[in-house]
Ligand binder design. Structure first.
Ligand code: HEC
Length: 189
């Protein structure tokens, strides 16, 4: 009985704070109407939708910061971007706590910004599946596939970019594949 009540309330919470994930690199804006881009949201990054206005939604993005850089990272101490901002846009980062990794302190933060409603999904699994397909099909044509675990999260972006031009992977999908590789890198669990 108790378990059942718990399951129902968990379901209610899930519908109020439904997580959404960016399908592509999405521009971030300061308000619901302006065309001025203040940042970008990366594919597979999780956001919480706070409200809706016209074609846009206000989203909350959380993660970790590195020495006050205007960016929010997926985990502390690794350059896996959830979102990057224009340093001059004055985006406010709310500090939620901090963690120490290898002697360096990283702040856990959140920030809010507006983005278009399009290209957000509640199901992130197909995005990772698409990235895995693109990677395994395109990166094994000339040599054996170099596995995800061969490189660290910080090594993958430059390694991928140095090879991506030799493949048929659409430029619009580069960041999706990079996020997939980083999140499955040898220094990720
Ligand atoms: C058109 C052929 C071709 C494709 C497609 C290709 N590679 Fe390569 N790759 C090469 C060649 C040739 C080398 C040998 C080194 C060089 O030429 O830079 C290489 C080397 C590498 C190395 C070893 C580099 C090192 O310094 O140890 C890695 C890792 C790698 N490729 C990853 C990838 C990934 C990831 C992809 C998909 C995005 C990919 N390759 C797609 C041709 C290709």
């Amino acid at each position: 009985m108790l378990a059942r009540v718990f399951a129902v309330s968990a379901l209610l919470c899930a519908s109020v704070f439904a997580a959404q994930y960016a399908e592509v690199v999405k521009p971030l804006y300061a308000d619901a109407t302006s065309g001025k881009v203040i940042g970008k949201l990366l594919p597979t990054a999780e956001v919480e939708v706070l409200k809706e206005e016209g074609n846009r939604v206000l989203v909350s993005i959380s993660g970790y910061q590195d020495a006050g850089k205007p960016a929010i990272y997926f985990v502390a101490g690794k350059r896996i971007l959830n979102a990057g901002f224009d340093g001059k846009a004055g985006v406010e980062f709310k500090k939620l706590g901090s963690v120490v990794v290898n002697g360096v302190t990283y702040d856990k933060v959140s920030a809010t910004a507006w983005t278009d409603k399009s290209n957000l999904t509640s199901d992130v699994a197909p995005l990772y599946a698409k990235a895995k397909d693109l990677f395994s099909q395109n990166c094994s044509m000339c040599h054996g596939l170099h596995p995800e675990k061969e490189f660290s999260a910080n090594q993958w972006p430059s390694m991928f970019k140095s090879m991506a031009g030799r493949t048929g992977i659409d430029k619009n999908d580069y960041q999706l594949v990079i996020e997939y590789l980083q999140k499955n890198a040898k220094d990720m669990q």
